[in-house]
Write a protein that binds this ligand. Structure first.
Ligand SMILES: O=C(O)CCC(=O)C(=O)O
Ligand SMILES: [Fe+2]
Length: 289
């Protein structure tokens, strides 16, 4: 298998030179890994580097596009400071994307920024929600009609623990393997799902197929073990980005990570033909959205 992770030696969030090769690499579904780029925390912010930063009643901590902090523990002052920390990461992530993918800038839609202070190893979840299994991102309640999911990750572990990922085979191979096993799309079922608000909008055939790939991968233990893959420990003090709807990925261990999601219409990519929507459209020979 070709290398799925490509290292880039920049040391600032706003590098003054970008490269066409980085763009092609990212849009091919690979991970751009920046070993010498770090999200730094102040001494005062380091008190948030505990699992207790999260309100035990919520699944995660997030800063909405509207600036509202959700899921955090602590008093108003602590929450304001945590929001500022997460907001600073958001700004840096946007700066980085603006610098290396300038054509995206106008078309990006900001999603919430998440801070993940929980230990990955001990999380217990259903197989479908278990991100320790290789998968491409697809969300059951939020159809996206082929809009891209671009994610910026930073490991801010203060004890030097890496965030260990597995990165799997390219998207076209995933699609070729799991499309033949996908359940057929049934329009009336999609109508029922949106009428009963299981989905926030009508689930397109594209969204159905992406969920089928996601579930197909996660439910196949033989695939999980034997698919072509590399294990990658992203060190504390590093950053990486990928299109998580395209890159086959799993998280195995680690604690304390920032994650920024940015949505991009597939037709605003440098090469729209590389998108999952384009790949699935070619493979099925049908319009999917
Ligand atoms: O928590 C992580 O490191 C990655 C989890 C994941 O699958 C994702 O963010 O899409
Ligand atoms: Fe994921």
């Amino acid at each position: 298998m070709e290398r799925q992770i490509v290292e880039i030696d920049i040391r600032t969030w706003q590098p003054d030179s970008a490269s066409a090769e980085w763009i092609t690499t990212l849009e091919a579904g690979k991970v751009l890994y920046f070993p010498h780029l770090a999200f730094n925390t102040s001494e005062s912010e380091r008190r948030f580097l505990t699992h207790a930063a999260r309100d035990p009643k919520s699944r995660n901590i997030s800063l909405g596009a509207d600036g509202k902090l959700k899921g955090a523990a602590g008093d108003a002052l602590a929450q304001r400071e945590m929001a500022a920390m997460i907001g600073r990461f958001r700004g840096q992530a946007q700066t980085l994307i603006g610098a290396i993918l300038p054509r995206y800038s106008e078309a990006l839609r900001l999603a919430p920024t998440s801070y993940r202070p929980m230990l990955v190893e001990t999380r217990t979840q259903s197989w479908r929600a278990d991100d320790r299994r290789l998968h491409v991102d697809a969300f059951p309640s939020r159809p996206n009609y082929g809009e891209r999911i671009l994610r910026v990750f930073a490991n801010l572990n203060p004890d030097g623990a890496p965030r260990v990922w597995r990165v799997g085979e390219p998207f076209d191979l995933v699609a070729q393997r799991f499309l033949p096993r996908a359940k057929p799309y049934v329009r009336w079922q999609a109508k029922v799902l949106s009428a009963s608000h299981v989905t926030k909008s009508f689930r397109s055939e594209y969204d159905h197929l992406m969920l089928q790939l996601h579930d197909g991968m996660k439910s196949d233990l033989d695939y999980q073990r034997n698919a072509a893959q590399v294990t990658m420990p992203f060190p504390a003090g590093s950053v990486w980005i990928c299109f998580s709807d395209q890159t086959s990925h799993a998280v195995m261990s680690g604690q304390y990570m920032m994650e920024q999601t940015l949505h991009l219409p597939a037709d605003r990519q440098y090469d729209p033909a590389s998108s999952p929507l384009a790949v699935l459209t070619r493979l099925t020979g049908r319009r999917l959205v």
